[in-house]
Design a protein around this ligand. Sequence first.
Ligand code: ADP
Ligand code: MG
Ligand code: MG
Length: 892
Amino acid sequence: MVFPIKYVYRFGNVNTDGDRSMKHLLGGKGANLAEMSSIGIPVPSGFTISTEACKSTIDNQMAWPESLFEQVLDGVRHIEAEMGQRLGDDKDPLLISVRSGAAVSMPGMMDTILNLGINDKVVEAIIKKTNNERFAYDSYRRFIDMFGNVVMGVGHDLFEEAIEKLKKEVNVKQDVELTAKDLRELTDRYKAIYRKETGHMFPDDPLEQLRFAVNAVFNSWNSTRAIKYRQISNIHGLIGTAVSVQAMVFGNMGETSGTGVCFTRNPSTGEPKLYGEFLINAQGEDVVAGIRTPSPIAELEKKNPEIYRELLNYTSKLEAHYKNMQDIEFTIEDGKLYILQTRNGKRTGTAAVKIAVDLVNEGVLSQKEAIRDLVDPQHIEQLLHPQFKEEESKQCTLLGKGLPASPGAAVGKVVFDSKKAEESEEPVILVRIETSPEDVGGMSSAEGILTSRGGMTSHAAVVARGWGKPCVAGCGDIVINYKNRSFTNGDVTVKEGDWISLNGNTGQVMLGQKELTEPVFGKEYHTFMSWVEVVEEMKVRGNAETPEDAAAARSYGAVGIGLARTEHMFFKPGRVNFMRKMIIANSKKERVEALGNLLPFQKQDFIEIFQEMEGLPVTIRLLDPPLHEFLPQEKEEIIKVAEELGVSSEMLANKVNQLKEFNPMLGHRGCRLGITYPEITEMQTRAIIEAAIELVKQGKVVLPEIMIPLVGSIEEFRNQREIVDRIAQEILSEAGENLDYMVGTMIEIPRAAILADQIAEEADFFSFGTNDLTQLTYGFSRDDAVKFLPAYIESGMLKHDPFQVLDKEGVGQFVQAGTRLGRMTNPDLKVGICGEHGGDPSSIDFAYETGLDYVSCSPFRVPVAHLASAQATLRKQEDTAQVQEAPKALEA
Ligand code: ADP
Ligand code: MG
Ligand code: MG
């Protein structure tokens, strides 16, 4: 039948309508189920209801769009035809699962219902057919639990209590020890719970069950926890969840059945070996829920080598097909293997880089593909996080050792509930027996996560790895007591509020606050970054004002310094008082004298920085901040400083008062300082040029770029440039040396951006100071924005803090206009960006699109910026390639 809007897409052995490119419509799960069916992976038949149907239903107060019900019926007939079974049949009944799945994976955030289609009549048919009464009632009771919980909101704990009670009554420990008779009894008790809690009989019409289940999955898109997860993970622009309805295969049919999850490579380390867990005689949710402790996948090899080989065959096929490490769910039904899900596996930064390099070496991927698809800027960022010092783990009170579920070092105070973690002002470690999707808020606020139960694929482990948060999971050495708000290991008791340290690389849990050290990089990291630096077209510089920072930036691959803030040098002890003398000077003579005292310090700083950056450009910004920042503000401080300076405290207090401004950020700062006190610009130029000459004399290459801040007009720039050039020429001709230096400006005032053509006629380079540019474009004071920005972001009025992620729409226009106009009058103009945005991937992408020559960011973000720049280059190349290919496609 043909429907006006197609909402249902089939997958299975014979008929498949979808493929992996349709994630937006079919969700990741649905799209990949379709893809797997068409490449010959054994996937139980099914169909996927599109995200559009979800959106339409939610928008229309849960009324299904026209023809959806007919299309779903068609889908059910498709499954029935492929399986040779019928829903609700009294001889060979079909059971189905109803599964959620959005375009972006949100582990465990939405709902899934298994074994749908059972009722009292059907269960009898299953018993007859399988001759396995235990299995039949195990499936039935699971269905009532899931349906009751997901569809009707009956607390899962009520069912849990009932099963625990029954286990006590019949004196068994494990669920699997319950007999058929026990499970039949349990099914009756579950039905009674359902009736009591909902006021209804358990629905026995399978189609009605299905309709309810689909609606419940639709609704789970907007559950509080799903909304929160999307907020935390910055997932925007999705319209809803798809719903995949699929024939059940049973891992709970006995000893020859089972279920598991695996990664094609180790998601923590990247080691190229199948990695995962499985449970015999169980259904999917048992593995993740941590009810029974699963066995490592290697044991499957011993238990059933044939199935293991078959699994390995499919997992390798999937990895090669997707050209990426896969996270795979499988079920074995009475000796037959089915794959139920595949997706690109979440992994740590270390694993991401290793897998990328390995897959290239194995010939699966090109270097460019590896850069584009296998490593995120966040992965690189993770690698730059500090680690514990080696000695620390030797000399510590070890509280226990769990699984190294997500690497990194975390230090914090113990809290036992997520709400506390969210509210705490101090760093915390969230300690839970296990985590559930309800905990995501707390997990995101915590420095690290510790669980006493659950494996490497438990909720805590998966979510933590996805976010790059350190996690130690399944630490059985500790016993958590929520009531006493403490946990114990033997005689050691750790109370809420005590400090602990987690080592996510080793799984160690240590008492106290352990010290951290710089990260170390493996050889794959260096290989990967060398590929990145070849690909990137836009260069990356570092922001640095000390020789140490400069060295760090260079070691991370910065090809210059994009911003050296000179004022930071004046804050150092021994200098700040000369600076203060300069500020409080009553005459030019006094000021010049104080500046003269600062000169040797400043010169020495530049010598050291130039040495570190030999052969690379160094952009030095002349004095920028309002002068009051250098003076004491508190009364006692004023008295103390006055004494040090040898002036009266009244005089100093007066001066402090005089310098007070209503809007310091719009006040006497930037080039306005150099214009009113030219001797400041003179001294700074002298320090720069003299430092450079010293190195030139030693035969070294120095490339100083002198940057005038906060310029709004060509007149301002001209005024300052004249001073710089005059002093530089004086010094150079006196020394008889030549030096290539540049003079440019920061573009951070909107006026300068739109008059950039005028300024560029006399400037050698521009550097967009996007912090001030954002402040002045929005009219948001950087220092006061905390009062309202959070509300803007919470309500969705702003997607991001514009001081962190460049506002392309507005502020970006000034960057574009400034670049275009500047290059119009000065084609050689060098243009870059410095400030917070220089290290943010989406802002870097924008900088590349705008055609900037470089971005500059803090040294530790340089590798992140490299990757973002290379990825931007590859995206562009791809777009161009598509445009060029288009005519060919038309011809064909
Ligand atoms: P999630 O998105 O939370 O992983 P899934 O839809 O993947 O939810 O379902 C969870 C588990 O339920 C799966 O890992 C699988 O083990 C089990 N499951 C889902 N559908 C089926 C099915 N058709 N047959 C057997 N088990 C299933
Ligand atoms: Mg799943
Ligand atoms: Mg500025």
